[in-house]
Write a protein that binds this ligand. Sequence first.
Ligand code: FES
Length: 321
Amino acid sequence: MAEAIEAPFEVYRHDPQKDRTPRYERHVLTLAPHTPVLTALLAIRAERDPSLALRYSCRSAICGSCAMLINSKSRLACQTPIGPEIERHGKIVVDPMRNQPVLRDLVTEMAPFWSNYRRIEPHLIPDPAKPMPDGKPTSMTPEEVARFQETPRCIACAACYSACPAVEADPLFPGPMALAKLYRFVVDPRDGATEERLAKIQPNGLWLCLRCHLCTEACPKGVRPSERIMDLKELALAAQGGTEAGSRHALGFKENIRERGILNEMRLVRQTSGIPGTLAQLGQGVRLVRKKPEIRKTPKPIDGLAEVEKLYEVLDPKEEG
Ligand code: FES
């Protein structure tokens, strides 16, 4: 059995009803390295401070209740052993999840997370052209089920939502979990609302994703939401083309690089925003040109453009011929 180690904890404490500012409470415990952070927090609550508020239920990485920040990363406390954290950081700092208001200590208000999830209509909308016999869903082939990728593994812990900078920038961004679940219904052959779903999600939706992959890093179940968001972008482009600023930006970016191997920033603004949108940004544009006059010139194609073209041929073979 591994020898017990000394584990210094700094635990976020804040009751917004009573305290003006949050504080960290320090506790040093002696525990085996494999002890989950949740077990340690429950020991603190049982033996030192019964007022510590936290959520948990299954203690087996199933219910998704115990997500929190552990040394600044969104993790499940029941699935995170203390040993590697102490080895790496010398201590364990525990905070509530980001992007959700704190109710008390480590407990956050999850209503915004759930209301963003409901916006994607996370249920099957049957295709009237494919009636369901006896009101029961038609069966799917194993290949069709495989298209869902890992999305059914999601336990809705909100670790991805907490890690997402796009949620932080725009609370109307549905968040990685909602978009991964949307993908699951978009590729479901029994669903009859693919076009509508893709059209509805684009403003304040897909294109705010920065492709930072922090959601994929945070997901304790390997759902890889950022990859599903990229899949959704491709599906939206195939179904609707550049109908929204984000999709026009993506298409313009691709065209610019293919033609010259370098961005023509002035052209990309026009491609993204159109003439009225460009005029609306005129003041900002003038300031930018003053700072960086070279952006007025159309850039010359880079040396080795043929290599760029080869990349496009490999990545986008359907455009050839
Ligand atoms: S307590 Fe259920 S996932 Fe951690």
